[in-house]
Design a protein around this ligand. Structure first.
Ligand SMILES: *[C@@H]1O[C@H](CO)[C@@H](O)[C@H](O)[C@H]1NC(C)=O
Ligand SMILES: *[C@@H]1O[C@H](CO)[C@@H](O)[C@H](O)[C@H]1NC(C)=O
Ligand SMILES: *[C@@H]1O[C@H](CO)[C@@H](O)[C@H](O)[C@H]1NC(C)=O
Length: 391
C-alpha cells in the first residue's frame, strides 16, 4: 500500500498525469512512420460521416457548377477531385450544364463542363492544394473556391490527396507530389490548358505539395503562370518546432527550444518537405518567366508568418548572389513597403522576368486568409492582369 493521499489530491494527480502520459505516448508513437504520418497528415479526421462531398450544392455552389470526378495515379491510386466552373461562364451555359447528371461523374471528359474548360483557348485554371486534415470541402476550403470563381473567369481544380476524403491509399511525401503531378498532367494533357495559363495555389501543407510539384516540372523546363503559397512553411521539422495545435497548444512543448532535440526531429521526421530548397531550385531552373507569391496572416497562430522570410530568402538568394544576413536584410528592406506594424509587401523583380513577392496581411489567421483579397490579387497578378481590363 502506498502513502495514503487525500482523495482530492489523488484525483488531481491523475488529472495532471494523464495528459502527460498521453503526450509522452504520442511522442513515442510519433517515431513510428505509420503513426507519425497519421498525426501529421491527419487525413482520417474529416466530416465524411455526415456530409456528402458528391453534393456540392450543400456548400452553396450552383447545380452542377462543381463536377466531382476521379483520376488514376501512375502507381494505382484513385484520387478524388472537384472541377469548379466560374459562375459567369456557368450563367452563359446554365441550361446545358444544370441538366447534366448530378453526383460523382464517371467520365468527366464527356460532360458539358469539361467541354467548356477544354475547348476555350482563353481558359485560365487554378489548381488548389489543400492543407492537412479534412477533405476537399472541409472548413474554409469551399469559401476559397467561391472567392475564386463567383465573378471571375477562372476555373478551379481541387484535389483530395491519397488517403484523404474518398481518395485511396496512405499519404507520404512522394505520394502527395505524385497525386499533384497526376492532376497537373491531366490539366495539361487532357484538358489541354497550357502551363502558362495555370496557377498552382497551396495552403499550409498544400504549399509544400505545390512547391514539390512545381519543382518537378521546373526540372523538365515547364513553367506555370504562378505559384501562390498561403500560410507556408520552410520545411516540416523547423515548422513543427514552432507548431501549435489549434493555434494554442505547442506540439513539442518545452522540447522545441532544445537544439539537440531539433536535430533529432530533423532525423526522425520521415517526410521532410524542404520547400525552401525547392523554391531555390525552381528559381535556379527558370529560363522564361516565374511568379512566386507568398501570402501569410500576421495573426496566424498555427504557422508563424516568419516562415515566409525563410522561403523568400531561399528564393531571392538564387537571384542576388550571396549576402550575409545583415546585407540581405538591408537589401530586402529596400524592396519592402511597410503598410502598418502588421503588414508589408516585399517585391523583388529580376531582369530575368522573375517576380518573388512576400505579403504579410494583418488579419485572416491560418485558415480564413485563404479566401481573403491578397490571395485573389496574387492570382490575378500571376496571370499578368495587373493594370489590364478584367476579362
Ligand atoms: C471517357 O470518354 C472519352 C471520350 O468519349 C473516351 O475516350 C474515354 O475512353 C472514356 N473513359 C472511360 C474511362 O470510359
Ligand atoms: C510512399 O508511398 C508509396 C506508395 O503510396 C510507396 O511506394 C513508397 O515506398 C512510400 N515511401 C516511403 C518513404 O514510405
Ligand atoms: C544562399 O545560397 C548559398 C549558395 O548556394 C547557400 O550556401 C546559402 O545557404 C543560401 N542561403 C539561404 C538563406 O538560402
Amino acid at each position: 500500500m502506498g502513502i495514503p493521499l487525500h482523495p482530492i489530491l489523488r484525483a488531481s494527480l491523475w488529472v495532471a498525469a494523464a495528459p502527460l502520459a498521453f503526450y509522452v505516448a504520442l511522442i513515442g508513437l510519433g517515431v513510428v512512420p505509420f503513426f507519425q504520418r497519421h498525426f501529421l497528415y491527419a487525413h482520417t479526421i474529416n466530416s465524411l460521416w455526415w456530409s456528402d462531398i458528391n453534393a456540392p450544392e450543400g456548400w452553396g455552389f450552383a447545380k452542377n457548377q462543381v463536377t466531382p470526378f476521379q483520376l488514376q495515379t501512375p502507381d494505382g491510386e484513385t484520387i478524388y477531385a472537384w472541377h469548379i466552373m466560374p459562375l459567369p461562364l456557368y450563367l452563359q451555359h446554365e441550361a446545358a450544364v444544370a441538366t447534366q447528371k448530378i453526383g460523382l461523374c464517371d467520365n468527366f471528359t464527356q460532360t458539358e463542363s469539361f467541354r467548356l474548360l477544354a475547348n476555350d483557348p482563353e481558359a485560365r485554371l487554378i489548381i488548389s492544394f489543400h492543407g492537412n486534415a479534412g477533405h476537399i470541402a472541409q472548413n474554409e476550403r469551399p469559401n476559397s473556391y467561391h472567392a475564386l470563381t463567383d465573378t471571375s473567369s477562372y476555373h478551379v481544380l481541387a484535389v483530395d490527396y491519397r488517403g484523404f476524403g474518398h481518395s485511396t491509399g496512405m499519404p507520404n511525401e512522394t505520394g502527395l507530389i505524385l497525386d499533384a503531378a497526376t492532376v497537373v498532367d491531366w490539366a495539361i494533357n487532357v484538358a489541354k490548358i497550357p502551363p502558362s495559363r495555370i496557377v498552382l495555389l497551396g495552403h499550409s501543407l498544400g504549399t509544400a505539395v505545390a512547391s514539390g510539384v512545381a519543382e518537378r516540372y521546373a526540372l523538365q523546363g515547364v513553367e506555370f503562370a504562378g505559384i501562390v503559397l498561403v500560410a507556408a512553411f520552410s520545411d516540416l521539422a523547423t515548422m513543427l518546432s514552432g507548431y501549435r495545435f489549434g493555434g494554442y497548444v505547442p506540439a513539442l512543448g518545452p522540447f522545441a527550444m532544445w537544439p539537440a532535440f531539433q536535430r533529432l526531429l530533423e532525423r526522425y521526421i520521415v517526410d521532410k518537405w524542404h520547400s525552401a530548397n525547392r523554391l531555390a531550385n525552381i528559381v535556379r531552373h527558370t529560363r522564361g518567366r516565374l511568379r512566386i507569391s507568398l501570402v501569410h496572416a500576421y495573426n496566424d497562430n498555427d504557422i508563424p508568418w516568419t516562415e515566409d522570410n525563410k522561403l523568400f530568402h531561399a528564393a531571392a538568394n538564387e537571384t542576388i548572389g550571396i549576402l550575409d544576413d545583415d546585407e540581405f536584410n538591408a537589401w530586402k528592406e529596400s524592396n519592402t513597403v511597410r503598410t502598418s506594424e502588421k503588414s508589408f509587401v516585399t517585391t523583388w523583380t529580376t531582369g530575368e522576368n522573375i517576380v518573388i513577392r512576400q505579403e504579410l496581411f494583418p488579419w485572416g489567421g491560418h485558415n480564413e486568409i485563404l479566401s481573403f483579397a491578397p490571395v485573389s490579387l496574387a492570382i490575378i497578378r500571376s496571370f499578368d492582369l495587373e493594370g489590364t481590363a478584367y476579362d
